[in-house]
Write a protein that binds this ligand. Structure first.
Ligand code: PMP
Length: 417
């Protein structure tokens, strides 16, 4: 362990900007390792929310008055910042939603209405979050279509050969996570997209765990859709993004009706707004989008690649320290990960220590991790365990956090064995 190097990098990552981290839990310093669930917010983002409500709050797009125009401009600037962050071809391709779940539901409904018919197939993978399963199941039920599952190999990676064999003339869409929220592994989405595109099948990427950690470039990746949440990347809760290539978004019908998404409303013929407003019925979270733009500025100021590099090193350190503990089983061990490692602990007699018990004992020592099925029950069932313990990282975590986790884990294991 090159401790000196870690410390230098950590300093650059501005932990001091996250005031919430500076507290004790059960009289122990808080060690927050539940970032895949949600990240903490830097002071700049918290201040942005206060600034917006105290100086320019007014509903957007419809007002001729000054505050409304300021608010509209801030919201649209945030959309452009998001497009730039993803290297999207145009801000028209950025639909603001309530989060990843909302983005995927919007897409499943809209895409399904227009382009899925009886007997068609949708492909998802065996390691998906429920948000990337259930909306597609609902669509398939509605349309009498078939949801097919790309299997994973023993080592928890996607079985690309099986995937290639599943693609056929009935496949309408493929939807997979870039980074598994349970395993942290980076999936070969480039291959997934290339193989689907060879058959002119569009691909949706669940980027909830990827966009916070990897410099995702939608044009380089060539994905057709990408869904993610602001709250997992230092932004506010209640806001998300559905990126879609303009040609697809133009083709799809709106998923919800109401204000903002219309051009004209007539009893006999209502016409819809241009992109992206066609998909944004009602008052959007314009305060949230503004604060999200500040979060993106924050990430850009630290350097996207520097964040990726730092977190990858930290993740390797986390995995190596966990692997050194007797009885720890790491899932997808040795595979390149972004931001999360899942594991379980077994006693010498082979008995699994229940992840909930371990998590509770970690919490009592100030260490916040997540235990359970992580909203991915099919994957957890396939692993044959009641759940896992997941430690997940953000740019403000340090080697010291990981050392604290390891010490607390050793104590927990000793107590339970
Ligand atoms: N997909 C993945 C891979 C996730 O990790 C999550 C959040 N745990 C979601 C979807 C859902 O995100 P949200 O709850 O913000 O809608």
């Amino acid at each position: 362990m090159e401790n000196g190097k870690w410390k230098i990098e950590t300093k650059k990552m501005n932990r001091a900007d996250f005031e919430i981290l500076n507290q004790t839990v059960y009289k122990r310093p808080l060690v927050y390792l539940d970032n895949a669930a949600t990240t903490q917010k830097p002071t700049a983002v918290i201040n942005a929310l206060t600034e917006a409500y105290t100086t320019w709050n007014a509903n957007i797009h419809r007002g001729v008055h000054h505050l409304s125009q300021v608010a509209t401009q801030k919201h649209e600037e945030a959309r452009q910042k998001t497009a730039d962050f993803l290297h999207a071809a145009s801000a028209r391709e950025i639909v603001f939603t309530k989060g990843t779940t909302n983005s995927l539901n919007l897409l499943a409904f809209s895409f399904g209405e227009a382009l899925v018919h009886e007997g068609d197939e949708i492909l998802v993978s065996a390691v998906e979050h429920h948000s990337n399963i259930v909306p597609w199941q609902m669509l398939c039920q509605r349309k009498k279509a078939r949801l097919r599952v790309i299997p994973m190999r023993e080592d928890c990676t996607l079985d690309i050969e099986a995937y290639a064999a599943l693609l056929n003339e009935r496949t309408r869409l493929v939807s997979v996570a870039y980074v598994s929220n349970v395993l942290g592994i980076i999936q070969p989405v480039e291959d997934v997209i290339r193989l689907a595109h060879a058959k002119e099948i569009p691909v949706c990427i669940d980027g909830a765990q990827a966009v916070p950690h990897l410099p995702v470039d939608v044009q380089a990746l060539d994905c057709d859709f990408l869904a993610f949440s602001a709250h997992k990347m230092y932004g506010p809760t209640g806001l998300g993004v559905l990126y879609g290539k303009e040609k697809w978004l133009n083709m799809l019908p709106p998923a919800e009706g109401g204000g903002e998404m219309i051009e004209h409303v007539r009893w006999d013929n209502t016409t819809y707004n241009t992109l992206p407003y066609k998909f944004e019925a009602g008052t959007p979270d314009f305060i949230g989008s503004y604060a999200f733009g500040v979060a993106l500025d924050y990430m850009n100021s630290l350097g996207r690649e520097a964040i990726t590099r730092y977190e990858a090193e930290l993740c390797r350190y986390l995995e190596s320290q966990l692997a050194a503990i007797q009885g720890v089983r790491i899932y997808a061990a040795g595979h390149e990960k972004a931001g999360a490692v899942s594991f379980n602990v077994y006693r010498e007699d082979g008995q699994l220590l229940h992840p909930f018990d371990v998590g509770t004992l970690l919490d009592r020592q100030g260490v916040a991790v997540r235990t359970g099925h992580h909203c991915a029950e099919p994957l957890i069932d396939a692993l044959g365990v009641p759940g896992t313990i997941r430690a997940s990282l953000a740019l403000y975590n340090t080697c010291e956090d990981i050392d604290a986790l390891i010490r607390a884990l050793e104590t927990a294991v000793a107590m339970l064995s």
